[in-house]
Ligand binder design. Structure first.
Ligand code: S3P
Length: 427
């Protein structure tokens, strides 16, 4: 079990390009496998989670070349082109793989079993099983492993109880196969990469306010897909650069889908100097360069509709809050308790160990800043985003910080340490 030792540094400076967005990478593999024809996917994430999606489709007879490199070639066989996997599909740590795949598997004319690692097996799957069963699916299990017997599905209209792109996407993917028009309505907008990519590949899909509808039976058209840089991975360097005065960092080619840019909006509201340059669009996803400078922050309240737009960045924002002047309240973020670990508990434990003033709430955190942080032995709870947030915390703590169990970083961002080294200016 590896650990990362961190010493304080002075600034972060330089320009980097982020590896491909994890959420979009999963969707590219899935939709290219279901499309008719060959797809070249460039800039794909090399994270373990995404590799789990690649092997899942390979095990269902899809030819995917280039796994582990920046580009994949996927030979899609159409909606009905998957074949029964010879063994149990292992989704590892990846919630996106298991939940989105459930929607596809529910509609196949074969049975399959999907599972994951220890963390994934504790995460709630009833949120996808329940709507899929309403469509006629037959699924055994409310936690992984899930045993799925493929069925002919019928369209439904469904209101998701919590905003979740994974749940919405599972229903839309099942809807690709269902008879009739499937509709999903969310209480607040979650990331819409599935909808954007389905539209790009010519699915019969429509978005009206918080409702998405898709007509079943229409084949997808294979087209090249270029994946923008991952804003969630970029957020660690954004916050690092903002908190270390005198820093100046350019993050090039970052995905700027409005359903993902909550972190930029919040940091700006806290007083951060952030500029967007060269805003452009590729295969229906916006991207641009993000320029960040060391800034003084003030505490704010983070809650309501912005939460799904910033859900994966709340750990690194909690670090920013320890350095902001005044009180920061994060509320309405109960979903953090069912991520790769209970992120509310993990943040309260680790940040208070470093000397921050953190109060744990049922649905969030209250953080009083600014505080000096002290280097300590910290626990990632085998959660990649926790591990990376704590490494960034170590860059500004007194003395040495040791983050345990850092292997998990590979699930989303195997290049993290190397990328950080490029930007470090020693103290
Ligand atoms: C994701 C959706 C979010 C997010 C996760 C990736 C996706 O999860 O936290 O890291 O790719 O659809 P929920 O749908 O559970 O909110």
């Amino acid at each position: 079990m590896s650990e990362i030792r961190v010493r304080p540094i002075r600034h972060l400076r330089g320009e980097i390009t982020l590896p491909g967005d994890k959420s979009i990478s999963h969707r590219a593999i899935m939709l290219a496998s279901l499309a008719r024809g060959r797809t070249l996917v460039s800039g794909i994430s090399k994270g373990e989670d995404v590799l789990k999606t690649v092997s899942a489709f390979q095990s269902m007879g899809i030819e995917i070349k280039g796994a582990g490199s920046d580009s994949l070639t996927i030979q899609g066989k159409g909606l009905r082109g998957l074949s029964q996997p010879g063994e149990i599909i292992d989704c590892g740590n990846s919630g996106t793989t298991i939940r989105l795949l459930s929607g596809i598997l529910a509609a196949q004319d074969f049975s399959s079993t999907i599972t994951g690692d220890e963390s994934l097996r504790t995460r709630p799957m009833d949120r996808v099983v329940e709507p899929l069963e309403r469509m006629g699916a037959k699924i055994e299990g409310r936690f992984a492993p899930l045993k799925i017997e493929g069925k002919r599905l019928k369209a439904i209209s469904y209101r998701t109880p919590v905003p979740s792109a994974q749940v919405k996407s599972a229903i839309l993917l099942a809807g690709l196969y269902a008879q009739g028009k499937t509709e999903v309505t969310e209480p607040a907008r979650s990331r819409d990469h599935t909808e954007r990519m389905l539209k790009y590949l010519e699915a019969d899909i429509e978005v009206r306010d918080l409702t998405v509808s898709i007509a079943g039976g229409k084949e997808l058209v294979a087209k090249p897909i270029s994946i923008p840089g991952d804003i969630s991975s970029a957020s660690f360097f954004m916050v690092g650069a903002i908190l270390l005065s005198g820093s100046h960092v350019k993050l090039s080619g970052v995905g700027l889908n409005p359903a993902r840019t909550g972190v930029i909006d919040i940091l700006k509201r806290m007083g951060a100097e952030i500029e967007i340059e060269n805003l452009r669009e590729k295969n229906n996803e916006p991207l641009g360069d993000v320029v960040v400078r060391g800034s003084r922050l003030k505490g704010i309240t983070i809650g309501g509709e912005i939460i799904p737009r910033v859900i994966d960045e709340l750990p690194i924002l909690a670090l920013a809050a320890t350095k902001a002047e005044g009180k920061t309240t994060i509320k309405g973020a109960r979903e953090l308790r069912v991520k790769e670990t209970d992120r509310i508990r993990a943040l309260a434990t680790n940040l208070s160990r470093m000397g921050a003033k953190v109060e744990e709430k049922e649905d969030g955190l209250v953080i009083q800043g600014p505080t000096e942080l002290k280097g300590k032995k910290l626990d990632s709870f085998t959660d990649h985003r926790m591990a990376m947030a704590l490494v960034i915390a170590g860059l500004m703590a007194q003395g040495e910080t040791v983050v345990s169990d850092t292997d998990c970083i590979k699930t989303s961002f195997p290049e993290f340490e190397k990328t950080l080294e490029k930007l470090k200016v020693a103290g």
